[in-house]
Design a protein around this ligand. Structure first.
Ligand SMILES: C[S@@+](CC[C@H](N)C(=O)[O-])C[C@H]1O[C@@H](n2cnc3c(N)ncnc32)[C@H](O)[C@@H]1O
Length: 375
């Protein structure tokens, strides 16, 4: 397997957007090359940060994904259609100026008066927090491509290990629980980095754009729940906007392992959600923690996706090797595609993950690839 070089425009954006349980870039590129003919369309109903769709668009294929979590969606918008460097830098400076003006407003006079939980004051300096609050209010990331690109870039660096982001020491892929993080920072004595966020981000933007912009084929990721958006996709196929899909390439959430809303709570806050993770955790617990609801989710998404596929399509699903997720996925796929041949490849974990930074030493059971091909 080989990933596109980071020195090329394609490679520079391919790994954009830290996201829990994302496809490795080389894997996504290889599956697309091997299982979809050039010019064909790829569908990903659980698109995450858009890895599969980007791999399609970068390799003479087309792609359409759907993603529920706005963090993954904003990343995919930026990588599939980055706004020009000039417009992103201009907008960054505008946000910087507005943040400094906010600074002079009385209610922002001291960090202690920001209406935010203590976590934020340990995580960021007052200057960075003012910048983030301004970006949160001003950037119209749902409707404006420049704002989406800048927001996605800020999200990348919102939290990371010391020296690599805007925050006090954190894991990059996953937001920590506030009490845990505050206690850890206090115990370790680490402080939020004292940086100028505009200058700091400007350097990263220049680095991101320095090889040039990637040349990509038509591709998009829709924001929303796949169980509610497939009618729109079916209409697009009927009207010639998309073709029926030659490859369904996806990775569903793993049962009882990850909660994408909770794990991204700090990035979701920047996109406008609550400054506390608990409320969002409650909302999505049902589907990933109840066996019946999880089965229903896979059943709904894959049966609706089946109607969008070309008769010779390949279905390629990477999922958790633990028994419930594995057996449910295999059963659902087998029942929906009885005339395709199913191959299951074990993919044991081979390397240390980012979770070690915050002390997660748990054994990982590995993943499996379920591949269904025409007989
Ligand atoms: C394992 S991740 C996919 C990661 C992706 N392969 C990547 O490389 O970024 C599963 C994704 O499914 C999304 N998801 C869960 N339920 C969904 C639904 N009903 N509709 C659309 N997306 C959903 C989650 O938000 C999460 O981003």
């Amino acid at each position: 397997m080989s990933a596109p070089s980071i020195g090329t425009p394609i490679g520079r954006w391919a790994g954009f957007g830290p996201y829990y349980a994302m496809f490795p870039v080389d894997f996504a590129f290889q599956v697309v090359r091997e299982h979809c003919p050039e010019g064909g369309w790829i569908f990903d109903p659980f698109a995450g940060r858009g890895s599969s769709i980007y791999a399609a668009a970068a390799q003479e294929r087309h792609g359409l994904g759907i993603e529920l979590n706005p963090v993954g969606w904003v990343y995919s918008q930026a990588k599939l259609n980055p706004a020009s460097q000039e417009s992103v830098l201009r907008r960054l400076k505008e946000i910087g100026i507005l943040a400094r003006m906010d600074d002079r407003r009385p209610h922002y006079a001291s960090p202690a008066s920001f209406p935010l939980p203590e976590f934020f004051h340990f995580c960021y300096t007052a200057r960075v927090l003012r910048f983030l609050l301004t970006a949160r209010t001003e950037l119209k990331w749902r409707i404006n491509q420049t704002d989406a690109t800048l927001m996605a870039i800020i999200l990348v660096y919102l939290h990371a290990k010391a020296g690599s982001g805007l925050s006090n020491q954190m894991r990059q892929s996953k937001s920590m629980s506030p009490p845990y993080a505050v206690e850890w920072w206090q115990k370790q004595g680490t402080l939020a980095p004292d940086i100028d966020p505009v200058e700091w981000l400007e350097e990263r933007i220049q680095w991101r754009y320095s090889p040039g912009l990637p040349q990509l084929q038509q591709a998009d990721v829709l924001l929303g729940d796949t169980t509610k958006r497939t009618n729109y996709v079916a209409r697009g196929i009927r009207e010639g906007q998309f073709s029926s899909f030659r490859l369904l390439f996806t990775s569903p959430p793993y049962f009882a392992v990850t909660n994408y809303e909770y794990d991204q709570w700090l990035r979701l806050w920047l996109l406008g959600a609550s400054p506390y993770p608990v409320a969002s955790e409650e909302r999505s617990r049902g589907r990933f923690q109840s066996k019946v609801a999880y089965h229903q989710l896979l059943q709904n998404v894959f049966s609706q996706s089946a109607s969008l596929l070309h008769e010779d399509a390949t279905i390629y699903v990477r999922t958790d090797a633990r028994s419930f997720t594995r057996e449910t996925t295999q059963t659902v796929l087998h029942d929906l595609f009885p005339h395709k041949q199913m191959l299951v490849k074990e993919q044991p974990y081979s390397k240390t993950t980012q979770t070690s930074l915050f002390g997660d030493k748990s054994d990982k059971p590995g993943e499996i690839d379920i591949i269904l091909q025409p007989c």
